[in-house]
Design a binder for this molecule. Sequence first.
Ligand SMILES: Nc1ncnc2c1ncn2[C@@H]1O[C@H](COP(=O)(O)OP(=O)(O)OP(=O)(O)O)[C@@H](O)[C@H]1O
Ligand SMILES: [Mg+2]
Length: 354
Amino acid sequence: MSRTILGESPAVKDLLKLIGRVAGSKTNLLVIGESGTGKELVARMIHESGPLKDKPFIPVNCGAIPENLIESEMFGHRRGSFTGAVSEKMGLFEAANGGTLFLDEVGELPLNMQVKLLRAIQERVFRKVGGNDDIKVDLRIIAATNRDLEAAVAKGTFREDLYYRLNVILIKTPPLRERTGDVELLAKSFLHRISTRSKRSFEGFTPEALAALIAHSWPGNIRELENVIERAVTLEAGNLIMKESLPLTVFSSPTVPVSSRKNEISSISLTGTAGGSNGDSAEIRLPAPDFSKGVLNLDAILNEIEKLYLTKALAHSGGVKRKAADLLGITFRSIRYRLTKLGIDTANGSEDTE
Ligand SMILES: Nc1ncnc2c1ncn2[C@@H]1O[C@H](COP(=O)(O)OP(=O)(O)OP(=O)(O)O)[C@@H](O)[C@H]1O
Ligand SMILES: [Mg+2]
């Protein structure tokens, strides 16, 4: 993994400075930040720029291990210590010995495991499941979470003593919307990397595409940006990324991160659909996929979006289908097919015969 933390915003410069300062020590660190802001990248960079760089860096996603296996994953087990323990197993603490153990999603650990972890971290000693002797390790712990751990402590779902033990130094990864100045640089760098990997060559972005990227609020942060560029590289036939190759979500910028906007977007409002009005709505809100209320109808949702674009384009082109098709980047046959499919009535398309 040779990726580096890119960015020239003050927030990133501060982050890099802090990484430089902590890399040399073996202090425990807690990295917090929204999803996709680079928490794992920060942890790797700290490891790689410090004295432990030639030692192992072992990442473990605490939220992904089944509860009954966490202890054995972390500490290992003796042969025969439980059904299925057919051979002796080394745990992640031992594997990371001398290096860094990256406890990702640490907020997901069940309480009973938090107690065991506390001891291991405090005393640098643990026992394998089914084992009687203490095993000593010397490692650095970097923990990460996108949860509000203080709130979890207040609620009693995260142990206060463990929180303070991990949080010797706190590093916050800033959300992308707080450093929009970095969007262009990141987008260009991802475009370069992804296009090289897929043996394509791009000159860059059109000004409109770039403006849309900069205006978006990026609730999924850098990971979302990376995915958007990857998608655009796949969809774009030319050698410039146009705004048409960006997903709708980029134009429907919610202003708050995914985690904190609960009900707000759950109702669809594709305003101005049928008939279309003259005032183009600059923003299209999409419903958050909410499966709690029953089965969704993807076709109906997509039809709504299609309808909105078709009616807007027709309104814009004075009802002339051929022009509307050009606006949408589709062929005349295609718009005719879609209008029929969606039952959109276009009375004044007299010149639109083939
Ligand atoms: N400053 C940056 N410069 C370049 N790439 C970055 C930067 N920050 C993050 N990335 C990239 O964005 C992606 C997401 O980063 P990472 O996995 O570290 O985020 P995370 O905070 O751990 O996310 P999650 O909470 O979803 O696990 C990765 O591909 C990473 O390489
Ligand atoms: Mg992560």
